[in-house]
Design a binder for this molecule. Sequence first.
Ligand SMILES: [Fe+2]
Length: 426
Amino acid sequence: VLSLANELRTRFSAVRDQTEALAAPLSAEDQAIQSMPDVSPTKWHRAHTTWFFETFVVLPHLPDAEPHDPAFGFLFNSYYETVGARHPRPQRGLISRPSCSEVADYRVAVDRRVAELLDRIDEFDDTTQEEILGLVELGLHHEQQHQELILMDIKHVLSINPTEPAYRTGFDRLEVDTSEPAGWTSHDGGIVRIGHDAGEGFSFDNETPRHDVLLQPFEIADRLVTCGDWLGFMADRGYHQPTLWLSDGWHHICGAAWDSPGYWFAVDGEWHVFTLDGVRPVDPAEPVVHVSHYEADAFARWAGARLPTEAEWETVAAGDAVEGPLVGEDPQAAPLHPTATSDSGLQQLYGHVWQWTSSPYVGYPGFTTAEGAVGEYNGKFMSNQIVLRGGCCATPAGHTRPTYRNFFPPHTRWMFSGLRLARDAA
Ligand SMILES: [Fe+2]
């Protein structure tokens, strides 16, 4: 237990520091804005991840612990009904106080308390030790999820500014001029096992239990759909052919007047894209990103293919290493945008875009939620959302795995979402 506590203490510092490194290029003004209800201010993410440790790790376990500030439980609870009332999500951008520096103080204070708890771990009985260590582990993976949210949310915030400011400057993007046409990886189908094995390291509850699934023979594209592919869809009036679209999707794109991916806009007839490094012309070789499930589904139909199911995706991905341009220790050195590939074989599983599947987000057979507040983490969102697989250019290294189930409503696209195609075997 002591070595596990020590290891967690080291990882705790690293993960907490990485959040601060992501926020470092942002001014206090940048960090306060909420540009739409789905987006949370950077300052809120920094405080909420701290609230998670304070509420679930420190206060219930450290005997003399008091809340850092009695108002923070109301301001920084995201969605946990079990722990009480909270400030409305769409109004997070109206909170000018606490200031960024007061949030920084909050982080330091809670960091000290978590470290103290881990130092004193041997004062607790076995069950409590296990509970504390499990909650710290969960808190770290929770904070890594919010690190990705910080990047996707600030991208939206900055994109609203008519001066189109970049999150950072000076990053040298690797140029890959060509991308080969997609090839196909085939699978014979049959009974396969998917989901996370209990005892094989950390997973969220929604990745379990591991279970059997029957697959028909299928093929899956060995690379992601590119901007060049997407320009073909647009040129063929893909956004204007109702027969390509799900009914909900057609209504959504008509209402939202979408005719291109998120963050695309035309300048003198040429498509440009807003990125965390600022605006530049669309690169046809790069994977397309910021498309909704509706758009991904329509594109796949137009291409004579379909989206993979999550079981198909996991089955082909399971043998491959989890690697790619994920966000490492120095976030400012990561591409923070999907990159093209000219390599052959199964490519771009991780570190580029979250890949839409055709699978609704529901519990696996035998799925149960934990008792208490932590049981609200995943299970209660299993309605009207779609699973995405992989991991994107904003995902922290070490945070994703083949069994990881991300999920979003089908009309959303402010996260780094893209697609790879699949089809039934001939
Ligand atoms: Fe959260």
